[in-house]
Write a protein that binds this ligand. Structure first.
Ligand code: SF4
Ligand code: SF4
Length: 271
């Protein structure tokens, strides 16, 4: 969870990250949310050699069952467990604790990931609890799910933050492992149904979607759908250290400057 977030929708928000995604974006800066399973992240450069992890580990660090004991005792945060089994009630209690900040700032709760729409029952329970308590909700999605899920979640959601990575189906397949016919179809559905409660978020990725041809096609598509709010988010490499912590290779895409993002914003996505 990320409390006091100001980048996941309006106002001050608590963001809840669901683990598990059905895309594999080559520039992903939250690789710890891709797998549905728990994962242990290791940052040996932080280790101060206290030896507590070996003492508390039921396997003496010779093998790992992902119990989380070492992470709990590692004050240096050289070991951290990503993913927890929890309930909608527990998460809601943590969201509700900060409701004064939401009320004062026009904020609320944002459900993100990974892909939160891949756990629709849990998400629906959380949205229902928030709605019942008068807490505003946002769903941050890449949209690669069945229409039935979108239709089920939509009435409980105040704002959709919809990632739109590129227009070309083949380029999307190359960059994420999946085509985007379904995604564009879901985006069109939401744009028609609730244009005023939809923010399209475009990650600007050098060497992937930043050509004139691709940006122009995206801009035309959003214009045809009548999308009223589009944000351009410059790609960054701040998540790269997480790949090392997960013992995985870093992404092959570099970062994009705020100046370039502003230029693209003005040229292609300003209403
Ligand atoms: S508990 Fe953390 S700081 Fe201590 S030895 Fe283990 S990894 Fe290093
Ligand atoms: S998560 Fe549990 S089993 Fe795995 S290394 Fe840490 S203490 Fe040992």
């Amino acid at each position: 969870m990320r409390p006091f977030s100001t980048v996941d929708g309006p106002g001050i928000r608590t963001t809840v990250f669901f683990k598990g995604c059905n895309l594999r974006c080559a520039w992903c800066h939250n690789p710890e949310t891709q797998s549905f399973d728990r994962e242990l992240m290791l940052r040996p450069e932080r280790c101060v050699g206290c030896g507590l992890c070996r003492r508390v580990c039921p396997n003496g660090l010779k093998s790992c069952d992902l119990c989380g004991a070492c992470a709990e005792y590692c004050a240096a945060r050289a070991r951290s467990l990503c993913g927890e089994d929890t309930t909608a009630g527990e998460i809601f209690d943590r969201i509700e604790a900060d409701r004064n900040f939401y009320d004062a700032s026009g904020g609320g709760a944002t459900f993100s990931g990974g892909e939160c729409l891949l756990q629709p029952v849990f998400l629906e329970a959380l949205l229902t609890l928030c709605k019942g308590a008068g807490i505003s909700t946002a769903v941050d999605t890449a949209g690669n799910v069945g229409r039935d899920v979108i239709e089920r979640i939509e009435p409980l959601t105040d704002l959709f933050l919809f990632d739109f990575k590129c227009f070309s189906d083949s380029l999307h397949l190359e960059g994420t492992g999946k085509g985007n016919v379904l995604i564009k179809d879901n985006l069109a559905f939401l744009a028609a149904k609730r244009p005023e409660k939809l923010t399209v978020r475009i990650p600007l990725i050098p060497g992937f979607n930043d050509s004139d041809a691709e940006l122009g096609a995206m801009s035309r598509f959003l214009g045809e759908l009548g999308v009223m709010d589009a944000e351009v988010l410059p790609c960054h490499t701040m998540g790269n250290e997480k790949y090392a912590a997960l013992n995985r290779e870093s992404p092959r895409f570099g970062s994009c400057s705020e100046e370039r993002a502003e230029e693209v914003r003005k040229r292609y996505f300003q209403n």
